[in-house]
Ligand binder design. Structure first.
Ligand code: HBI
Length: 363
């Protein structure tokens, strides 16, 4: 395929590198690297203060957008004054003819609404499940008018949208060179994620306590009251909060775990921590819910458990020795490397190219 000129338009909820954009910051960076490795050229446009090594970055001023998951299902579409989201897309409109495809990373109404008004095709990476009626409608309208332009991270995520639409399942990927395979684990279980109710930490605490294995907890304490409640409810549990660690330190500690427990109460769009664990050779025990249920092959790279069943977690923990850590690591390399992500991304984008360009690219 010929080299494409791609414009990546980042999330308006925070500067790249601030952590405010959550998983989508990592996804944007990994996609840029993966596609650059395949010979494409990427320019990124993002809110001022953004940082991204090795890519030309255009910074746009303006007021940040409220996070979509903090609004209700019937929330009206809002734009603050001097909205960075509007300013981002005013810039994109002016430069669109310099690019073959524009890739949108924002989970926001505006870029979807603007799609028919642009000459250059816009590819949308939808990074979360259904959150509001207005966004659902905007996504479905684009999917109906521009088939193949919507990508998601899992089938489960796509199924949270009541109105079905055609989509490309990009899954996700990580830079495996940052993760070290650990063949011989220590005696503890791990849990990684934002400490907040939708992540179901209390189930992991209960299950670990029943097996006598200590639980090491990694991640930002997003909801301090929730964390305090867990400590009050399970004072005897052997659990230790290890803090919110950068990738290098996280993978160093996570890799030594017997297994990772994933106890989501909501539909995780994907579950990056599952592939981070596999990359280190760590089996994953997860509720059969959302993205993790499509990543883990039960009995092979971990165990899938009846959702919300603490007893199910306990039974799976007893079966950890049946899982090969080498196979966990190899599965990550086969499916979740940047090379694998790049191949899927190129397949997605090739289907979006205008016909004549696609013919050219077939040469
Ligand atoms: N909210 N409004 C809005 N726009 C986004 O792009 C957005 C968000 N909330 C969370 C988020 N992006 C990312 O953290 C997730 O997509 C991973």
């Amino acid at each position: 395929m010929r080299s494409l000129k791609l414009l990546f338009v980042s999330t308006p909820v925070g500067a790249l590198g601030s952590g405010l954009g959550g998983g989508v910051e990592l996804t944007l960076r990994n996609l840029a690297i993966a596609l650059q490795q395949r010979g494409h050229s990427i320019t990124v446009v993002a809110p001022e203060g953004s940082q991204l090594d090795n890519f030309s970055l255009v910074e746009i001023v303006g007021s940040l957008q409220t996070t979509a998951q903090s609004q209700g299902r019937d929330a009206p579409i809002t734009l603050p004054s001097n909205s960075v989201l509007s300013n981002l897309w005013s810039y994109v409109r002016q430069v669109q003819n310099c690019y073959d495809i524009i890739v949108n990373f924002a989970y926001d109404w505006l870029p979807f609404y603007l799609t028919p008004f642009f000459e250059t095709p816009i590819a949308h990476l939808v990074s979360m499940g259904s959150l509001s009626e207005a966004m659902d409608q905007a996504i479905v309208d684009v999917a109906d008018s521009f088939p193949n332009t919507i990508a998601v991270h899992s089938h489960a995520q796509a199924q949270t949208f009541s109105m079905g639409f055609t989509y490309f399942n990009l899954q996700n990927g990580i830079d495996l060179s940052q993760y070290e395979f650990c063949p011989n684990p220590d005696e503890f279980l791990a849990w990684v994620g934002r400490i907040a109710p939708e992540k179901g930490l209390e189930d992991a605490v209960q299950a670990a306590a029943k097996t006598g294995l200590p639980l090491k907890i990694f991640g930002v304490i997003q909801d301090p009251a929730y964390w305090a409640q867990i400590q009050a409810d399970y004072p005897q549990a052997a659990m230790e909060w290890m803090g919110f660690l950068p990738t290098q330190a996280l993978q160093q500690a996570l890799g030594r775990a017997q297994a990772l427990l994933m106890t989501p109460k909501w539909v995780e769009a994907f579950g990056n921590v599952a592939i981070e664990a596999l990359a280190c050779g760590v089996p994953v025990i997860a509720y059969r819910r959302g993205g993790p249920a499509e990543i883990i092959q039960s009995g092979y790279t971990g165990w899938l458990v009846e959702p919300d069943s603490v007893e199910g977690l306990v039974q799976a923990i007893a079966k950890i020795p049946q899982i090969s850590r080498t196979i966990c690591h190899r599965e990550a390399e086969m499916t979740y490397s940047l090379a694998a992500l790049g191949e899927r991304a190129e397949t997605w984008l090739a289907r979006i190219l205008p016909h004549e360009l696609a013919e050219e690219s077939a040469e």
